[in-house]
Design a protein around this ligand. Structure first.
Ligand code: GUN
Length: 284
């Protein structure tokens, strides 16, 4: 039976540490990190994520502002608002919640954020820095997974890591972070042939495909470390991961639950990046 990774517990520990660091910097500088979150429209999942981000920001002692914009907000209006935060030195992190409504060009919006304030790490400049081996801002979900590996002493060097899912938010940056730790990385996706067979070779299996209970025991090698990034609803509205937890936990050595696994760590890393952006701004 696998050991269960306590993402909630690790997140609480790291956030408590971050709150202390923030209080100390406030004493020294009279200032605190500021995180501005922009959300367009009424996507219910986005509303929950944004509320949790605001709650965490306030809990660690940051300034927090959420702009909830109507679905009909025009692209130019959104870009203009981003520019006001780019220019304002009181805001160190700017985050535009995704997905955006279809009439807004996501690429243009992400590219409009000052890369120094891009706490999601989605700006092409920050993606390029990561892929060239000089990361500054790193997407929070894969960064949180790396923290879990560190906390649970998961050795990555030389290991075979398989990532299922190639999104810009999770799969691609995850592959790069694993590579930087000298894992041998295979980046797979929904069109990969013989996916179960490939996944079954993994020492470390990271699943971010966005399909509830997609990964069964046939995908998992005995003793593998299994990380489940999925956040899906089953037919009863219950939150489920991309992995069939009960059967995979029988053969994995270490596994994340859903909820209380990857999710809380994502928010924690977002706060950490905001704190780091603030610290870099003090040096300028
Ligand atoms: N939508 C789903 N995940 C994320 C995330 O990490 N950041 C933003 N901005 N939007 C998201």
């Amino acid at each position: 039976m696998a050991q269960i990774i306590d993402g909630r517990g690790l997140a609480d520990k790291l956030q408590a540490r971050l709150a202390e660091k923030t209080a100390k910097l406030k004493e020294e500088t009279g200032r605190v990190p500021g995180l501005a979150v922009l959300v367009v429209g009424n996507d219910p999942a986005s509303q929950i994520y944004v509320r949790n981000k605001e709650r965490s920001a306030l809990a660690v002692g940051f300034r927090s502002k959420v702009d909830r914009l109507p679905e009909a907000t025009g692209q130019e209006e959104l870009l203009a608002l981003i520019e006001t935060y780019n220019q304002n030195p009181d805001w160190h992190g700017i985050l535009v919640q995704l997905p955006l409504p279809a009439h807004i060009d996501e690429e243009a919006v992400l590219a409009a954020i000052n890369p120094d304030k891009d706490v999601d790490g989605f700006h092409p400049m920050n993606m390029g820095r990561l892929w060239s081996g000089h990361p500054v801002m790193v997407p929070s979900t894969p960064a949180g997974i790396m923290e879990m590996f560190h906390e649970y002493n998961v050795e990555l060097e030389g290991k075979r890591a398989v990532v299922i899912g190639r999104s810009n938010i999770v799969g691609k940056p995850m592959a790069q972070l694993l590579l930087a730790k000298n894992a041998t990385v295979t980046l797979t996706h929904s069109r990969t042939h013989h996916l179960a067979e490939i996944a079954k070779k993994a020492d470390i299996l990271i699943v971010a495909i966005g399909r509830g209970h997609f990964v069964s025991r046939e995908f998992v090698k005995e003793g593998a470390v299994v990380i489940d990034v999925g956040m899906n609803r089953d037919e009863n509205g219950r939150l489920i991961g991309d992995v069939k937890f009960d059967e995979v936990a029988e053969i994995a050595s270490l596994i994340t639950p859903v909820p209380k696994g990857v999710g809380p760590m994502t928010i924690t890393m977002l706060m950490e990046q905001t704190y780091q952006a603030f610290k870099r701004s003090l040096k300028k």
